[in-house]
Design a protein around this ligand. Structure first.
Ligand code: MRU
Length: 338
């Protein structure tokens, strides 16, 4: 059975430390907002929905330690951790709104209720999204995925991998190919591990093998998650996603994005407006403490890229399956706030 990605236990946020998977199953106990912020920055917790949930619990910790006066600086610190996943800002906004609606005596308790609600809603959205997306897959198929958009990246169940789980539960015969996902290897370390834990058939490939795999006729569909979806359907997701989408179009393979409404950002007209995080070049120059490139060699290391909506066959949310041309409005975002 998969361990929980995030838990609220004994007045602390307990995170499954994804930096050390798959070698070690270890937990990181966060008792203050700074520990949560560093956990997000260093990828102990990662994946757009999971980052949002962690930040929500971070606000609870801030209120418990410093009361109402601590909330503004906690929000500012958490908002500075990672810029691309809009779920982070969406969750912080919900927590601030909640803080304005409760009195000082019940502040920490009210915020904990809201964080738990964000967490539980995420799992429910993933299950509904899975059911919506599973209908798109053939009875017997192989799905290619990029990065990790599974239980580890969310409150549980997953987005792209939630679709796979739901299809299998429906009785479909689904096998997964996982891109290793350079440079941080979320595909190799996390997706391969998560699926293996549940005995879902998975085959690992290097990122550069995706074209050959598609040309060989082995892939029936691609499903990925998202970090932010602009009003026109452009999707920011893990670096390398764009290349996979271009390859899928070339080979006539459907390319699906699965994301909850908390990942939609209709305030941005198109993907060029999405802030893309650039990470330390050491992630590319070395891995696990082993140097894999000349010391100090210049590196460009964007953590995400933008796939144009025109390359996306359908966008699956808990609400619906939407086909191009995409025109998302404020309503998509509001659903997650109910
Ligand atoms: O840098 P990461 O590991 O946080 O990037 C994660 C992704 O790009 C996921 O595909 C995305 O957040 C969707 S997770 C359901």
């Amino acid at each position: 059975m998969l361990p929980e990605t995030l838990q609220w236990r004994d007045d602390a946020l307990v995170l499954l430390d994804q930096r050390v998977l798959p070698g070690d199953v270890r937990y990181l106990v966060c008792r203050d907002v700074e520990t949560v912020a560093v956990a997000i920055e260093t990828l102990a917790v990662r994946g757009a929905p999971a980052i949002g949930i962690a930040a929500a619990y971070g606000m609870v910790l801030a209120a418990r330690v410093g009361g109402r006066n601590a909330l503004a600086s906690a929000e500012e610190r958490l908002a500075r951790t990672r810029p691309t996943a809009v779920n982070l800002f969406w969750a912080l906004e919900r927590m601030l709104a909640k803080s304005r609606s409760v009195g000082d005596a019940t502040l920490a308790e009210g915020l904990l209720d809201e964080a738990v609600r964000i967490h539980e809603e995420d799992v429910a959205m993933n299950r509904a999204m899975g059911a919506n997306g599973a209908t798109l897959l053939p009875q017997r198929c192989a799905v290619l995925t990029h990065c990790n958009a599974g239980a580890l990246a969310t409150g549980g169940y997953g987005t792209a991998l939630g679709v796979v789980r739901a299809a299998i539960r429906m009785g479909k015969d689904v096998r997964v190919y996982a891109d290793e996902t350079r440079p941080v290897l979320q595909g190799a370390r996390l997706t391969a591990w998560e699926l293996r834990e549940e005995a879902i058939p998975v085959t690992l490939i290097c990122d550069g093998m995706a074209g050959a795999l598609m040309a060989s006729g082995r892939v029936d569909a691609v499903i990925v998650g998202a970090d932010r979806i602009a009003a026109n359907g452009d999707v920011a997701n893990k670096i390398g996603t764009y290349g996979v989408a271009v390859l899928a179009r070339h080979h006539g393979i459907p390319f699906y994005v699965a994301a909850p409404t908390s990942t939609f950002d209709p305030s941005l007209p198109h993907g060029a407006a999405i802030p893309i995080e650039e990470r330390n070049g050491e992630e590319v120059r070395s891995f696990g403490g082993v140097r894999t490139a000349p010391e100090g060699i210049p590196v460009w290391n964007p953590a995400f890229d933008v796939t144009p909506g025109a390359l996306i066959t359908a966008i699956i949310s808990e609400e619906s399956v939407t086909f191009p041309p995409y025109r998302f409005g404020a309503a998509e975002k509001d659903v997650g706030k109910l």
